[in-house]
Design a protein around this ligand. Structure first.
Ligand SMILES: [Zn+2]
Ligand SMILES: [Zn+2]
Length: 288
């Protein structure tokens, strides 16, 4: 089974990506959570074009990606799980947990360090939140994440199949929890005991800084509860809340070229609207 997954890895990834994207898009039309402010075609075309840029950058910057390194580490005996004799299921389970915790920690870091926030805030500057927001990350952030993941894979000796499963699940979960979908309240309550739901992650896209700096998890909801960064609901309610950050609030800012230069534009974090101590809501300029 693991060999079968690794042999067909690119096709499996693409098939699951396309299926989840399509399923969420249909769900968003059938049961939307919020009314979208921006025409879909503008955000979708640019957010999807960014995926192409990100994929190309990854291929160009790294001689090998995480799965390739995991295979190599296993052959060469690099990393903890390739050195000590542990059951495969244990190495697999611990790897998934450690990878998920590292994504959480990395996300906290990208909010805390001003230079990293400049790179990450492009994800937050989307003026609506839907399934394609899950794909909206600056290529520099994508490359830094890959660097961290490669280090972790080599140090821990993560099994290659765990890397594939983690990446596919993370991608699918991100598309699920960014989706503009309405879940029955009871189902949301039960689900978020274990995983990050759309209502839980939407809080993270609030313009209010206190809410932006919470709910960092992408897969398991336990990290936010454990480290005290959990916010249950947005202050203004899911329909009333403003999505985005104080900067980059025009429709022109949603174009691919603007997305790519956002880290180098605008004010530093401390001067950003919406960052003021106390987290008062700035007057968000309506998208024009
Ligand atoms: Zn964030
Ligand atoms: Zn997000």
């Amino acid at each position: 089974m693991p060999d079968l997954i690794l042999a067909h890895e690119p096709a499996i990834r693409l098939a699951i990506f396309a299926s989840v994207l399509a399923a969420m898009a249909i769900w968003e039309v059938a049961a939307p959570r919020r009314r979208l402010e921006i025409p879909r075609v503008l955000r979708w075309s640019n957010n999807l074009a960014l995926v192409v840029v990100d994929t190309l950058v990854l291929r160009l910057v790294f001689p090998m990606l995480a799965v390739g390194l995991a295979v190599l580490a296993a052959e060469r005996g690099w990393g903890l799980f390739n050195l000590v004799d542990v059951p495969v299921w244990l190495a697999f389970a611990v790897s998934l947990l450690v990878l998920d915790l590292s994504i959480y920690g990395q996300h906290v870091l990208f909010h805390a360090v001003p230079a990293l926030w400049r790179v990450h805030r492009m994800h937050h500057a989307d003026l609506d939140i839907d399934v394609t927001t899950a794909l909206r990350f600056h290529p520099i952030e994508i490359a830094l994440s890959m660097g961290i993941k490669l280090a972790l894979v080599a140090l821990l000796g993560v099994p290659a199949v765990a890397v594939v499963v983690f990446e596919v699940v993370l991608n699918g979960m991100a598309m699920f929890n960014h989706a503009n979908v309405r879940l029955p309240a009871g189902l949301d309550r039960v689900l978020r005991l274990a995983v990050v739901t759309p209502d839980m992650h939407r809080v993270h896209h609030s313009i209010e800084r206190r809410e932006t700096d919470s709910n960092y998890g992408f897969n398991l909801s336990v990290w936010d509860r454990l480290f005290g960064t959990y916010t249950a609901q947005p202050r203004a309610g899911h329909e009333g809340m403003t999505i985005g950050i104080g900067l980059f609030r025009t429709r022109r800012d949603l174009w691919l070229d603007r997305l790519l230069i956002q880290p180098f534009r605008g004010r530093a974090k401390a001067e950003e609207p919406g960052v003021a101590a106390g987290g008062q809501k700035p007057d968000p300029t309506p998208p024009v």
